[in-house]
Write a protein that binds this ligand. Structure first.
Ligand SMILES: C[S@@+](CC[C@H](N)C(=O)[O-])C[C@H]1O[C@@H](n2cnc3c(N)ncnc32)[C@H](O)[C@@H]1O
Length: 295
């Protein structure tokens, strides 16, 4: 396990039962689940989605999974943290409101890697056979914790998905690159090793899809980086080590990663934005969605 992954695991095991009380996390994950289902239906159709086998990569305490499960055929939640899964399973088995999804949701504790995407017996149950793999893999707010985003995307795309299966990822959108002002191309340094450049005046799909939240739109990229880094600190102001990508991602950067993983029909865009309380401050959070199909 890499250093960041083990810090990650230590953190999520320690804070599992507090996770659902993070301000606005329920609203954010519910909205993420709606986006996952909407995007999946848009790429397939409603009947297909109803019968689909799905993996939630990094399902945590199930906040997103419990909202996705009613809409699909069956769902396997995979997570490296035993603490998070214990809490998910406690809620699944004891909350009356989860009775209707009890039979379709299964979980497995596992640190997903390219060489070891799923343990037995789930590997045989979900991945065996010529047409092995699930219909759709999604993940919400996991990628910013993972150092090697390309490696993990390759694993999800090439090891867990069946042919024509869809990968849908939601995570924080850090830099918008809306207003450069100096006419030069910029590298935005969004932190996942796939720096990309845009010429001034280039049109961005997500620009037109922003909700009218009326703030944060006009920040320069440097301010935005500082802002995001500034939020991921502990009570003593030290940077949180378990967050690998403190500046979030860009739709364009994630599209490159998906294409490099061999996915086709790749699309990425801003999906929603909302106010959140973080470290005692109110911050605006933008969330992007990226999807692609295994050919
Ligand atoms: C911020 S939580 C998100 C949980 C959930 N998806 C949600 O939206 O509430 C990130 C989760 O990803 C899990 N995780 C991180 N890297 C992982 C890996 N390589 N394999 C499996 N789980 C991983 C962590 O254990 C943690 O539960």
């Amino acid at each position: 396990m890499s250093d960041i992954q083990s810090k990650n695991n230590e953190h999520f095991n320690k804070t599992a039962t507090d996770y659902d009380n993070i301000p606005q996390v329920k609203e954010m994950t519910q909205r993420a689940a709606e986006v996952v289902i909407r995007e999946y239906i848009a790429s397939t159709n409603e009947d297909y989605v109803k019968g689909a086998s799905v993996i939630d990569f990094g399902c945590g305490t199930g906040l997103c999974a419990f909202n996705v499960a009613p809409k699909v055929g069956r769902l396997l939640g995979v997570d490296a943290s035993e603490g998070m899964l214990n809490y998910l399973n406690h809620k699944l088995t004891t909350n009356a409101e989860n009775a209707s999804i009890r039979d379709k949701v299964k979980t497995v504790q596992h640190l997903v890697t390219f060489d070891d995407p799923l343990p037995e017996p789930e590997r045989s149950q979900y991945l065996a056979g010529a047409d092995g793999g699930v219909d759709m893999v999604y993940s919400s707010f996991v990628m910013h914790h993972i150092e090697d985003v390309q490696g993990i995307t390759n694993a999800l795309a090439q090891k867990l998905l069946k042919k024509d299966g869809w990968l849908i990822v939601l995570d924080f959108e850090g830099l918008h690159n809306h207003h450069h002002g100096d006419g030069k191309a910029h590298d935005h340094g969004h932190g996942h090793g796939h720096g990309h450049q845009h010429a001034e005046g280039e049109k961005h799909e997500h620009h037109d899809q922003h909700e009218h939240h009326g703030h944060h739109e006009h920040h320069g990229s440097e301010n935005k980086v500082e802002e995001m880094h500034g939020h991921y600190v502990d009570a003593d102001g030290k940077p949180l080590e378990f967050v690998a990508h403190k500046a979030g991602f860009t739709p364009e950067g994630f599209m490159e990663i998906f294409k490099k993983a061999g996915l086709v029909d790749v699309e990425a865009k801003h999906s929603f934005g909302m106010d959140r309380e973080w470290s005692g401050k109110n911050i605006w959070t933008d969330v992007l969605v990226v999807k692609g199909r295994r050919p």
